[in-house]
Design a protein around this ligand. Structure first.
Ligand code: NAP
Length: 253
């Protein structure tokens, strides 16, 4: 991955931040995107301090213009895109269907589903124009397969990513671009902490964690390793797939 270029959305915290650090550690040049510029700048400074190459671009993935600029910035800064990690996402308002606000539904869909569509649209154009092979990894969830009460918007957006990923995989395979969906289980990130605060420690410690075969939550670094694999030559025959990294949770639910 030395001197290859990775573009990572949702890199201001959690899984995206760890993924940017993991690519940089492998010698890739990274472009990190999210809405919070200060967090991105801190990440870029820490990658550069370790001898890596990185650049930040403030981006709201639900806005077409922002996404176009994000891709243009990547090409202008590093000349190409080899790997695109579409990780930005929100849990949104968690509420039963009878209470869920229309604007909350729209917000989750616009970031989690339309955002990935917009990103892939512009990333794929740049990759095809570059005339080289590439890999795209979208970030779904165990909720790409499983529903939960009060989670209809989030769950629907993550289910939608399966259809989006498999369709675009079929479209881009002839151009040498592989497209896959990473489906994390419970992962210790700011998102996880917010949900834990909402539902209480008991749901995690007595309800969910005992259902994980490995009896613990995952770490963002463990998701980053799986994303690196899906971009590496080690996964050269994997496209249109979902990779569940959940310590066994999905099989027990
Ligand atoms: N943690 C888990 O247990 C878990 C489990 C399954 C799946 N996932 C998925 O993993 C991905 C990363 O989540 P995380 O757990 O690392 O949560 P996180 O720490 O809250 O990170 C979410 C990232 O998405 C960015 N983001 C949100 N809205 C955005 C927007 N409109 N435009 C650009 N960036 C945006 C956030 O940055 P800004 O706020 O700065 O924009 C942040 O960098 C998400 O897609 C999530 O659904 C997480």
């Amino acid at each position: 991955m030395k001197n290859k270029v990775a573009l990572i959305t949702g890199a201001s915290s959690g899984i995206g931040k760890s993924t940017a650090e993991a690519f940089a550690a492998k010698g890739a040049h990274v472009v990190v995107a999210a809405r919070r510029k200060e967090e991105l700048d801190t990440l870029v400074a820490s990658i550069k301090a370790k001898g890596g190459k990185a650049s930040a671009i403030q981006t709201d993935v639900s806005k077409s213009k922002d996404v176009e600029q994000m891709v243009a910035h990547t090409i202008k800064t590093f000349g190409r895109i080899d790997y695109a990690i579409n990780n930005a996402g929100i849990e949104g308002e968690l509420a039963p269907i009878t209470e869920l606000l229309e604007e909350s539904w729209d917000k989750v869909m616009n970031i989690n589903l339309k955002g990935v569509f917009l990103c892939m649209k512009h990333q794929a154009k740049a990759m095809i124009k570059g005339g080289h092979s590439g890999a795209i990894v979208n970030v779904g969830s165990v909720n790409s397969f499983l529903g939960f009460p009060a989670g209809s918007a989030y769950v629907t957006s993550k289910h939608g990513l399966i259809g989006l990923t498999t369709s675009v995989s079929a479209e881009l395979a002839p151009q040498g671009i592989r497209v896959n969906l990473l489906c994390p289980g419970i992962t210790v990130t700011p998102m996880h902490n917010r949900i834990r605060d909402l539902f209480g420690d008991d749901l995690y410690d007595k309800g969910i964690i005992p259902k994980v075969h490995l009896q613990r939550a995952g770490l963002p670094e463990e998701m980053a390793k799986a994303i690196l694999f899906l971009c590496s030559d080690g996964s050269s025959y994997i496209s249109g797939s979902t990779l569940t990294v959940d310590g066994g949770l999905t099989l027990t639910m």
